[in-house]
Design a protein around this ligand. Sequence first.
Ligand code: GDP
Ligand code: ZN
Length: 357
Amino acid sequence: MIDLKTYGYTEIEEIPSGLLPGRITELQRERFTVITAQGEVTAVLKGTFYHSAETREDFPCVGDFVLLLPNGSGDSLIVTLLPRRSKFSRANYSGHAAGYTKTILEQVVATNFDYVFILSSLNWDFNVTRMMRYLTQARQSRGQPVVILTKADLTGDWSRPLAEVQQSMPDVPVHAVSSHNGHGLNELDVYLKPGSTVVFLGMSGVGKSSLLNALMERDAMKVSAIREEDSRGRHTTTHRQLFMLPSGAMVIDTPGMRELGLFGADEGISAGFSDVEERFSACRFKDCRHEAEPGCAVLAALADGSLPRERWERYMAQQQENQFVQNRTNYLRGKDARNQSAAMQRKQMKKNGGRKK
Ligand code: GDP
Ligand code: ZN
């Protein structure tokens, strides 16, 4: 028997008889791996999930707690998605090649995490503005943000970048670590308590895999330092997406989560696409949308091949991703404001003895 609480599960009031709670640790195409009190099972979704999925928002994903109908001899059936306490979503473009006006579906890529580690490398491309963008995303997700400055072994003195982060985000804890020599990793212990879940946010190359490996192997390394020859292989051979660390904390690492890290920030995009954005100044109209306008430099470059279509589409896709994140921020802000004004109205009504004024 496994105690599901070690996987972060909190008891729910009533479980219909015959159903078993579990947490999704892996998703491969349509098949889920779910950890339950009776061990790990494979499961598929009940058909209604597909029919009702107007958006893909309520589609189960790695990190989700679910109720399933166990099947001793084959795939169990996921029948209920339990409420999420946090989540990361990304835009999912259907009909990508056909144009960019199609509906953008919300695709959830990780759920029920406690902390969002915002990774940024100390030696390369240190950029506080980008970290602030990640911070916005982290706050929207309802996970608690923690800034991790990686590759501390490559710089002698990180006091300046550390101070810069502290100044820009005074209420966010920040740590300088090295996955290579282990510096600072013990500072992360406070977040890596049994049953808590962490996700990593950050550009490709900042050291997310290395940190995961370091955290996975730290305890093992204490016991024997001779593991060099298979220090990577063991974890990459499995397709696991929710990792149980020796500390009892978990890390969710899904492909979708990684894409968030790639696309999350305006600054990152512009920096990577200066060759595209440079062309805009040559368009005849200042507010050119590069769709059908006369004198559009982008359309001309696409026509003569000097701007590869693929590159342009990639730029557009990233712009849309950004827009999506932005819209959600505005939506959530709007919602907060609406809730607040509703609360104020109720307060006012109370004052007026139930009359609406
Ligand atoms: P990811 O794309 O975010 O998963 O980044 P990786 O973990 O694959 O790391 C990218 C590169 O940075 C690799 O060459 C790593 O060896 C290197 N790297 C990661 N962490 C550290 C670190 O703490 N110190 C140093 N010196 N290099 C690191
Ligand atoms: Zn144009």
